[in-house]
Design a protein around this ligand. Structure first.
Ligand code: ZN
Length: 410
């Protein structure tokens, strides 16, 4: 019995290797699959036959260019094997996307969530109203593509803040504060059978960056993604022993920077975010007392104005951005002291002001023992945060879909 179950486990693992190779480079011929997965030719034949039989794979026959000889057989996923829905919760909008089993985007729409600076601010942070809106939007997304709920195998949700990934529960978020949202219970209660995956948004960025690096020549053992904006997010991705990616999102934005950084919107004092989040920068630039309860949402136009004046040598505006950079640098120095050196990928809405923060961030990093010994970590600027978040969603959700389909059908 033990032998049989371990054989099945290996078969499922090998099948997911084939499926993920197809997702990255498909459609693929038998020999390419063998090279990309490292599986023997016989194993690849057995797996593709199995996956074709249960309806997950399909084969395409390509005529040889000369018109003579045997046709080339290419394998690809059957795109209708299962669908995933991706929900990205941002400070002012919620984006809903539908993708098929090959990871191809089929439909997408956004709904304004309202902001504390605009009308309807009470509803904007009311978890009940938000949950009702999510349930309605999921149904709308499925109906627009004429899908039944049961055809959606995974719903992958992301937010800033602290999440309990195993239970798909949002524990603390910049939007809803300590009002917890149990997404697994919410969707089960609304009649969805799909597996619900909840992730911190910057964790997904780190996950996607590692997946992209995994296809390059030199894959780092670990990397960090730092997201700048209204709040400060951090994700770490590390290579596991079996080559799998282990991603985590430590509570970096609300780690103590220095008590005089002032009141944070989480209720604590002196967090990294209280100095480096948009509201922290705004508060410092206008010399507002640091115990002022921070605005939940700062219009980007307001931040742009402060940046323009900082670039025109306005003393307080420049200082506010430099202090933000220093808070980030001290935080990263602590990260490196605890986790070891790793490249840092800076992304997010706040990247547009990174020119004003970069130098003080490096200066703060350079003060630490870890950096004096190990050298300055490589700092990369990564522009396409939304694209990376979506790739991270697909990466995780399609793993769930593979596992679910394989265990149900093989
Ligand atoms: Zn905080």
């Amino acid at each position: 019995m033990l032998t049989k179950s371990s054989t099945e486990l290996v078969r499922q693992q090998n099948s997911s290797l084939v499926l993920s190779a197809l997702r990255r480079g498909g459609p693929l011929a038998h020999t390419d699959l063998s090279v990309l997965t490292g599986l023997s030719s016989a194993t690849v034949s057995a797996i593709t036959a199995d996956l074709e039989r249960v309806g997950i794979l399909e084969r395409l026959e390509q005529k040889p260019p000369t018109g003579r000889g045997r046709p080339r057989v290419l394998f690809s996923q059957r795109r209708d094997s299962g669908y995933i829905i991706v929900v990205r919760i941002s400070s002012d909008t919620v984006q809903y996307s539908l993708a098929d089993y090959s990871g191809t985007l089929m439909d997408r729409f956004e709904e304004a969530r309202g902001t504390s600076s605009g009308a309807g601010s009470a509803a904007a942070s009311d978890p009940k109203a938000f949950c009702a809106a999510v349930v309605a939007a999921l149904d709308r997304l499925a109906q627009r593509s004429r899908l039944e709920r049961r055809q959606v195998v995974a719903v992958s949700i992301s937010s800033k803040g602290l999440v309990d990934r195993d239970a798909a529960r949002l524990i603390w978020s910049p939007i809803f504060g300590t009002a917890e949202i149990d997404f697994a219970a919410l969707l089960a209660g609304a009649g969805w059978d799909a597996t619900v995956v909840l992730s911190n948004e910057t964790l997904l960025v780190a996950q996607a960056l590692m997946a992209a690096a995994g296809r390059g020549a030199e894959t780092p053992p670990a990397l960090a993604a730092l997201s700048l904006g209204h709040s400060i997010g951090l994700g770490i991705a590390r290579q596991g022993r079996g080559g799998e990616t282990e991603a985590s999102a430590p509570n970096f934005g609300h780690m103590l920077h220095t008590p005089d950084a002032g009141l944070c919107r989480c209720g604590a004092r002196g967090c990294v975010e209280a100095a480096a989040g948009f509201y922290g920068i705004l508060r410092k630039a206008f010399q507002v007392p640091s115990d002022t309860i921070p605005a939940k949402f700062v219009p980007l136009a307001e931040m742009d104005k402060i940046a323009v004046s900082a670039r025109q040598q306005n003393r307080m505006a420049g200082y506010a951005f430099r202090e933000a950079g220093a808070a980030l640098g001290h935080g990263l120095a602590r990260l490196i002291s605890l986790y070891g050196a790793m490249p840092i990928h800076v992304t997010g809405l706040g990247l547009r002001y990174f020119d004003l923060m970069h130098q003080s961030m490096e200066e703060a990093l350079a003060l630490s023992h870890a950096v004096r010994i190990g050298g300055m970590p490589a700092i990369h600027v990564v522009q396409d945060e939304p694209g990376l978040v979506f790739s991270g969603h697909l990466e995780l959700a399609l793993q769930v879909v593979d596992a679910s389909i394989l265990s149900a059908r093989l």
